[in-house]
Design a protein around this ligand. Structure first.
Ligand SMILES: Nc1nc2c(ncn2[C@@H]2O[C@H](COP(=O)(O)OP(=O)(O)O)[C@@H](O)[C@H]2O)c(=O)[nH]1
Ligand SMILES: [Mg+2]
Length: 291
């Protein structure tokens, strides 16, 4: 029996007691599970990487959903060759965030796992995420490269510093204990999806910006903060991030770091004010920045 190392994140207001208290006693990995697991993989031009990811997926998953970001290469064809049962979904707008939202909508499992297509997130860790959700009763399992047992070969010094600073800022504002805010390897129970309040309608063709708030790399922050604001139970899990195998990252540390910073600000205000007002302001700001 292997004991899972985990750390509880107190993602709740001190004035509420609506959070489920997971039972951490006897936490263990067991081979039996009845919950259906959907794996959602956003992929844009990953034809060289995707075969390795799909090959390494555990055989017991219920479904794998690939969300294609209008790849110019053969990502979709290669994925279908390697895994004929794969469900391919087209994203409705642009960005990793929109891709994930489209994938979540298409998922029909009890548990949804987010995995990257560039070989940086390890499919063998899916088991740890799933078992932790099942055995602790937590709502959201958040991967952390900073916990003991985790690590990263992909983070640059600048990204590491930015992530550390943003995590600290969030922990003060949201009374949380996140150790790795901007990490994309997460899993959650599908029934908490409404708490994320994600929308996938295509953007108005006459709109100035092809992206809406949450469509970019800020998605991971947005999910974590909405889970925290909804007083859901969040558990951090150590995770090892490898370097992407082929190609280059689509993330720009400065541009996307600024989006994350604005997400923190927007979500903090969202907690305090009516949702529509705050989101409308964020969208307007986004449009004026693009113009
Ligand atoms: N569908 C889709 N996938 C994307 C998009 N941007 C990034 N991805 C995927 O998201 C994952 C992480 O992106 P990556 O560029 O490696 O960013 P990094 O890991 O933060 O450096 C990879 O699987 C990418 O193919 C996008 O606009 N659409
Ligand atoms: Mg990557």
């Amino acid at each position: 029996m292997t004991t899972i190392y985990r750390q509880r994140v107190s993602a709740r207001n001190s004035d509420t007691n609506s959070v489920k208290n997971p039972d951490y006693s006897n936490l263990s990995i067991t081979p039996n599970r009845t919950e259906a697991v959907s794996v959602v993989i956003p992929a844009m031009n990953e034809e060289k990487n995707i075969p390795y990811v799909l090959d390494a997926l555990p055989r017991w998953i219920y479904e794998c959903i690939l969300v294609d970001g209008n790849s110019k290469d053969n990502t979709v064809r290669v994925a279908r060759e390697v895994m004929p049962s794969i469900k391919v979904v087209r994203q409705t707008r642009r960005g990793k965030g929109n891709a994930l939202a489209c994938g979540f909508k298409a998922a029909s499992g009890d548990i949804i796992v987010m995995l990257d297509a560039d070989c940086s997130t390890r499919p063998e860790e899916i088991k740890l995420f799933v078992e932790t959700l099942i055995e602790t009763g937590a709502d959201f399992a958040k991967g952390s490269r900073s916990l003991e047992g985790g690590g990263s070969a992909d983070l640059t010094a600048l990204r590491r510093l930015g992530n550390w600073a943003l995590s600290k800022c969030v922990n003060v504002l949201f009374k949380t204990d996140f150790t790795d805010l901007c990490y994309g390897y997460n899993a959650f129970w599908a029934d908490i999806l409404p708490e994320f309040d994600l929308h996938v309608e295509p953007v108005d063709p006459f709109s100035i910006s092809p992206m809406l708030w949450g469509d970019g790399f800020e998605i991971e922050t947005l999910l974590a903060l909405r889970a925290a604001s909804a007083n859901l139970t969040i558990v951090e899990i150590p995770s090892i991030e490898d370097s992407r195998m082929h190609g280059r990252s689509n993330l720009n540390a400065f541009r996307d770091g600024m989006r994350v910073a604005r997400t923190i600000r927007t979500e903090w205000k969202r907690k305090k004010r009516p949702i529509e007002e705050v989101e409308e302001k964020a969208v307007q700001k986004e449009k004026s920045d693009v113009a």
